[in-house]
Write a protein that binds this ligand. Structure first.
Ligand SMILES: [Zn+2]
Length: 380
């Protein structure tokens, strides 16, 4: 690594070099804890099962600004498709390449260096600056942020404002700030028929035909019209599996999985009961299992969105758009603490892809924006 690398770029490189595929942390958090401790943070490792979590605080005030993120990354995928090895941070033409560069080791580096500069400039603050870093955001996310939040609740640790460093930006850095996320509800359906010979359908009951009607009806249903915070609820079928492999056999059952992304215009219970009614209209024998993996959350415009929008406008010269699009994030666990939560991070064009990368200039600018947010909420 060249001596010319800035603190943010150097730290991002050190993180990418650690192969921290979910739930492995590979020493990322120990390195971050060492850096934050040197700046006066109290650092605590909360290990739950295989998952390593870091909780770090600076200052004593009750008002708390939390920066949240994850050190884990998704697998590299086929190595031969990468131009450079995914866990060898590579700088080329102003870009930093490597798995996690954009999602989200770059943002973590930007947050930590922002905190280093902020704490160096301020004495005893009237508020608390905190970090919550997990190594299980990309996986099942059971022993990560959700467990740490349980612990914070027990300790009656307040969180007023939270900035999650997820890559929220589209075409240019800061163009989008997420101030909410839709909920996610998944279903696994098995339609049970009666196996038989395709030449004697009267002696069988074809579950594939029933399933096809159910898929059509579910996909055509209008679940809600959305509201001013969220787009209309959407249902997508993600898997269909059936058949014995033989061309002359009607199978005994057919399986399907589907998923709702819903806003606050629909309750998950209502989506479930309406789906069940549609299934029951086309099949008398079936099993239907549900998994609610995230409730929606929404942060109305207020102190946090104002601080973030102003910081983005001053440093990046654009008005960010507040949006509730995209998938779920760990913000869904933090918001129920009563926190205002937004997500602000790099451009998300290459996340989870081969040749994932981030602009080095963007990392520096992101770090300046994060520091300005600290300044506006904690030092004002
Ligand atoms: Zn992420």
């Amino acid at each position: 690594m060249s001596a010319a690398h800035s603190p943010t770029l150097s730290l991002a490189c050190d993180l990418i070099a650690r192969e921290s595929v979910t739930p492995t942390d590979a020493g990322c958090q120990a390195m971050l804890a060492a850096r934050l401790s040197a700046s006066g943070f109290r650092c605590e490792t909360l290990q739950f099962g295989e998952v390593t979590n870091l909780w770090a605080t600076w200052g004593e005030g009750r008002r708390t600004l939390l920066f949240a993120g994850h050190t884990d990354v998704v697998p590299a995928g086929p190595l031969e498709l990468w131009d450079t090895p995914p866990f060898t941070p590579t700088v080329r033409e102003g870009l930093l390449f490597g798995r996690g560069a954009a999602d989200m080791k770059g943002s973590i580096a930007a947050m930590v260096t922002a905190a280093e500069r902020f704490t160096a400039r301020h004495g005893a603050p009237a508020a608390t600056l905190a970090f919550l870093i997990t190594s299980d955001e990309e996986g099942v996310a059971v022993d990560g942020t959700a467990r740490v939040v349980e612990e914070l609740r027990k300790r009656e640790q307040p969180v007023d404002w939270c900035v999650v460093g997820e890559p929220s930006s589209g075409a240019s850095l800061g163009d989008t700030v997420r101030n909410g996320r839709r909920g996610s509800l998944s279903a696994t359906l098995r339609v049970i028929g009666r196996q038989g010979h395709v030449a004697y359908p009267q002696l069988a009951d074809n579950p594939i035909h029933r399933l096809a009607r159910i898929a059509a009806a579910l996909s055509e249903e209008r679940w809600d019209d959305g509201n001013r915070y969220f787009p209309p609820t959407s249902l997508q079928v993600s898997n269909i599996a059936a058949g014995t492999g033989a061309e002359n056999v009607i199978p005994a059952h057919a399986d399907m999985r589907f998923n709702f992304r819903f806003g606050s215009a629909s309750e998950p219970e209502a989506l479930q009961s309406r789906s069940e009614a549609i299934v029951a209209a086309h099949a008398s024998r079936y099993t239907l299992d549900w998994r609610l993996s995230g409730q929606p959350f929404y942060t109305p415009e207020g102190r946090l969105t104002e601080a973030v929008s102003t910081a983005v406008a001053e440093h990046l010269g654009i008005e960010p758009q507040l949006s509730t699009g995209g998938g779920t994030s760990d913000g869904r666990f933090i918001a129920p603490l009563g926190a205002q939560v937004v997500e602000l991070g790099p451009i998300n064009a290459t996340i989870h892809q081969v040749n994932e990368h981030v602009s080095i200039a963007d990392l520096e600018r992101l770090s300046a924006v994060y520091e300005d947010i600290m300044q506006r909420l904690l030092a004002a």
